[in-house]
Design a binder for this molecule. Structure first.
Ligand SMILES: CC(C)(COP(=O)(O)OP(=O)(O)OC[C@H]1O[C@@H](n2cnc3c(N)ncnc32)[C@H](O)[C@@H]1OP(=O)(O)O)[C@@H](O)C(=O)NCCC(=O)NCCS
Length: 283
């Protein structure tokens, strides 16, 4: 078990948050508070923005605080409200990750039905027919942002797949995991250094391969990496052809932005013989 809340608990939690947002005043308040940044906005400023009596506004603010979407703090006689960015990020991740994953599950079910023997090794074409459905059911599979309690399972999966573990713990807040409802079955990580990203630690448990999980995870990581002005890079000794499917191309090591050499993977975790690949999203 990954130690996560049961999935139904997560659904209910997010439904409650969306319920709290389901009012024009509360939505406008949230947007205002989000735009105010980490310091937040004073109650008086919010009141001026939404233009309503303080007593009515305080009811709306309480709904948002109770839902964990905003936080309040007192400074002298003033009350400030700031966005709970971490909770908002989990909520928005939840909203868009599931459909992506569900789409991949649908696709892989169809494809699996048309193939037969066991899954091939790296670099070979996959055959998907004989594998039983994973415990917990395919529908329970979700991409989640990694949480600290996932770290041991991710390190074990990386060890199993012979990928480096150095630097994983330090960058774990930008990792993703796939949880089949019972355990972590796949992971992918991003390291952000300066204006560049390193996509790393893409691993799928051996008995879960060739069902599109790697593709879904990599696309999720690249969606975030697309924000980096200097682009996304990856190191590999085994998956050049796989990464090439997503637009990665081999580049000389000297091509790598200096900031990425802060990464343990570049410094010492990956063999010097590993290929460096750069993602070219437009091609
Ligand atoms: C590489 C890996 C993440 C792919 O995950 P996956 O969920 O099995 O892959 P998907 O289902 O998205 O894609 C499967 C396709 O990719 C191909 N593929 C898988 N691994 C490959 C590899 N190393 N090189 C080339 N192609 C590969 C499969 O043959 C299959 O091809 P097909 O669609 O033509 O049949 C997984 O095999 C893995 O964990 N490998 C060990 C760790 C590793 O090498 N990670 C990459 C580090 S950069």
């Amino acid at each position: 078990m990954s130690g996560k809340l049961p999935i139904i608990g997560k659904v209910e939690h997010h439904a409650a948050q969306l319920g709290a947002l389901g009012h024009p005043v509360r939505l406008a308040t949230l947007r205002y508070v989000v735009q105010a940044g980490h310091e937040g906005a004073a109650a008086g400023a919010i009141q001026a923005h939404v233009d309503m009596p303080a007593s009515t506004l305080s009811h709306h603010l309480k709904r948002l605080v109770d839902a964990g979407i905003i936080r309040s703090r007192g400074e002298g006689t003033y009350h400030y409200y700031s966005a709970a960015y971490d909770a908002l990020r989990r909520l928005t991740d939840y909203l868009w990750e599931d459909p992506v994953c569900a789409a991949m599950i649908g696709r892989s079910r169809t494809r699996r039905a048309s193939r037969s023997p066991a899954c091939g090794k790296s670099g070979t074409r996959c055959a998907r027919g004989a594998r039983p459905a994973p415990a917990g059911g395919m529908d329970a599979r979700m991409i989640l942002r990694a949480e600290s309690q996932d770290l041991p399972a991710v390190l074990a999966l990386l060890a199993e797949t012979q990928l480096p573990t150095a630097g994983v713990a330090e960058n774990f807040d930008t990792f993703f995991v796939v949880d089949d409802g019972n355990r972590i079955v796949a992971c992918a990580g991003l390291e952000l250094h300066g204006d560049a990203a390193l996509v790393r630690s893409l691993a799928v448990a051996a008995n879960m391969r060739c069902t599109g999980i790697g593709t879904t995870l990599l696309r999720r990581a690249l969606y975030e990496a697309a924000e980096c002005p200097l682009g996304a890079y990856a190191l590999t000794t085994t998956a050049e052809a796989y990464l090439a499917r997503f637009g990665f191309e081999r580049v000389p090591r000297g091509f790598v932005p200096q900031a990425l050499f802060e990464s343990r993977e570049l410094q010492d975790a990956c063999p010097g013989t590993a290929l460096v690949m750069k993602w070219r999203p437009s091609r």
